[in-house]
Design a protein around this ligand. Structure first.
Ligand code: ZN
Length: 209
């Protein structure tokens, strides 16, 4: 489990910011982990601000809500540069669904950290096709700390790190939940639907004997 570094006892001129990345597939608990870290910062009486892209309005326009329905207040923003304007004098900046932001998000996270803020970004590391998503690879490159969280493959129960799309759309951004995506391991992701069905039907027959 990630334990936040503490630099609070350093003299002010020695205090420095840093970047943490929390990444993984859908259903891997990224947002829960983000909320856990932000709540701990609040307990430490740090000023916390949370942002998310305005396009992600699956649950509630102003709250970050994870799949397990833990909510935390957040500000929807249209562009990455708005985060810099709105972050003000806060000490900890949380950003959810970071993969949807424009490429400016990389320099903005750096700028915030250079100002002495702790920046925690959460986002999908891969899209539905298994390709790196948005600026997440760049953010992982510049971050001090990277945490990759994993889901469980709903087909076989192994560790999953792919978001498998259940609907035929080829659009890169298709917001949805359990009706549109499921977590899959590498093998079940590559097998595709027909092969998975065949394999597991075969297993069922064997188990019935
Ligand atoms: Zn699997």
């Amino acid at each position: 489990m990630f334990i936040e570094p503490s630099r609070r006892r350093d003299p002010p001129h020695l205090r420095t910011g840093w970047i943490e990345v929390i990444c993984g597939s859908m259903f891997s608990g990224k947002t829960e982990e983000l909320i856990r870290r932000l709540n701990r910062a609040r307990i430490a009486k740090l000023k916390v601000q949370i942002f998310k892209p305005a396009l992600d309005n699956r649950y509630h326009a102003e709250n970050i809500v994870s799949h397990s329905a833990v909510a935390i207040h957040s500000s929807p923003v249209q562009t990455a540069s708005q985060i810099l304007l709105l972050a003000g004098d806060c000490e900890v900046v949380g950003i959810d669904e970071t993969q949807f932001f424009d490429k400016e998000i990389v320099s903005i996270c750096n700028e915030l950290a250079n100002q002495g803020k702790r920046v925690i970004v959460a986002g999908l590391d891969m899209d539905f096709a298994g390709n790196p998503f948005g600026c997440m690879p760049q953010l992982m490159g510049i971050a001090e700390y990277v945490t990759k969280v994993h889901a469980i493959c709903v087909v076989c129960g192994d560790i999953a790190h792919y978001s498998y799309r259940l609907v035929p759309s080829q659009e890169r951004v298709l917001l949805g939940e359990t009706d549109s995506y499921e977590a899959r391991c590498r093998r079940c992701f590559n097998l595709g639907d027909d092969a998975v069905r065949k394999e597991w039907a075969y297993e069922d027959v064997k188990n019935d004997d």
